[in-house]
Design a protein. Structure first.
Length: 362
């Protein structure tokens, strides 16, 4: 282990001891904001420090095993212990490096999921509906909440566009690599000749912006229009101007929300989605230079970038960024996408580790 990393880990261990002392003091709960902040810090520090202590113990065990190897009677046993100790030490160091990787400030946030039908007409809208169901079922498996904010139904089912808010711990960290173009190859129900059609949808995963600090929306930059909601929704919705359209004049970004009966709630939700879109655009612009210098295998998050193909006749799902193909279409479309999201996260961490190694050697 590099001395600089060892020194940093020792500092984190000392800080954890200090945080534990502060939390166990009699007046710890006097300032609840600070108390909660300290608890969050402890939750972040404990996994790293636990690994650091395991590393120290492993080094001590390895030293003992090496000393035993000098004894002819203990040599065979000691050599086995040395081999096992070195393997364990290597794994702990990899785990420690992952823990020390820069954290994405958005990882713990809720997200806005936007699914839009692209090329393919009615079939694309049907596939957009399938994708939304896939993500909804995945959210159910994670015990996350899904709240539909706006939807535009397809003429033969599915969605031309649907926007939902997903509330759950770490939702963005798990779903952030889903942004991009999703392609489907299958025989539509309306196809009489049995020909396979190719359609596409775009998915956007936007971290929910913090109301206070992330995005400041100047009222002078906003045009807010109210109108009657279209489609099903009951007499109340159709007889009142409860739907809201917000236009951000500087960027031309438009958000509509007509799902709720309350104009006030629709406006609040539309502004939340608008803030998330502006935040996402600002962050993607800021990351553009970095992405140009080192193109990420897990993608830039560009909506036009084809990231995945769902081939129904072959029961195959392929993620093109990491060359992963799974033959479990039914499970995936039913929301079992953990293998995909996990592989993408692992690839991302591998890239970060490689970049960290490059920085250390330069």
């Amino acid at each position: 282990m590099k001395p600089s990393i060892a020194a940093k880990l020792a500092q984190l261990g000392e800080r954890l001891d200090e945080v534990n002392r502060l939390l166990s003091s009699e007046d710890a709960t006097r300032d609840m904001d600070n108390y909660l902040k300290l608890n969050r810090e402890r939750a972040e520090l404990e996994p790293v420090v636990t690994l650091y202590h395991a590393h120290q113990a492993c080094v001590a065990d390895l030293t003992t095993a090496l000393d035993m190897a000098n004894d002819p009677e203990m040599r065979e046993f000691a050599e086995a212990e040395v081999k096992h100790g070195r393997e364990r030490l290597e794994q702990i160091e990899v785990d420690l490096q992952k823990q020390l990787l820069p954290k994405d400030a958005n990882d713990d946030r809720n997200v806005f999921l936007e699914v839009r039908a692209g090329t393919g007409g009615d079939e694309a809208a049907l596939f957009a509906g399938d994708l939304f169901r896939m993500y909804s079922r995945f959210a159910e498996r994670k015990r996350w909440q899904v709240e539909v904010i706006s939807e535009s139904p397809g003429e033969k089912g599915g969605h031309k566009e649907i926007i939902a808010r997903i509330v759950g711990q770490g939702a963005y960290s798990v779903l952030k690599f889903e942004s991009g173009a999703h392609r489907v190859q299958r025989v539509p129900t309306t196809e009489t000749q049995g020909r396979i059609h190719t359609s596409a949808c775009t998915v956007a995963i936007l971290p929910e912006a913090d109301e206070v600090s992330d995005v400041v929306l100047n009222p002078a930059d906003l045009r807010i229009d109210t109108f009657r909601a279209s489609g099903a929704g009951g007499q109340h919705i159709n007889k009142t101007d409860s739907a809201v359209r917000v236009t951000h004049l500087p960027t031309g970004t438009v958000v509509e929300c007509q799902d709720g009966r309350s104009q006030h709630k629709n406006k609040a939700q539309a502004l939340a989605v608008l803030a998330a879109r502006i935040k996402d655009k600002e962050e993607r612009t800021a990351h553009a230079k970095q992405a140009a210098e080192r193109k990420s295998l897990v993608g830039s998050g560009d909506r036009s970038e084809r990231i995945r193909t769902y081939n129904f006749p072959q029961g195959r799902v392929t993620d093109h960024r990491i060359n992963l193909t799974l033959y479990k279409m039914d499970h995936i479309m039913d929301g079992d996408i953990s293998e995909l999201t996990g592989a993408l996260m692992a690839e991302y961490q591998a890239e970060q580790l490689a970049a960290l190694a490059d920085e250390g050697s330069s």
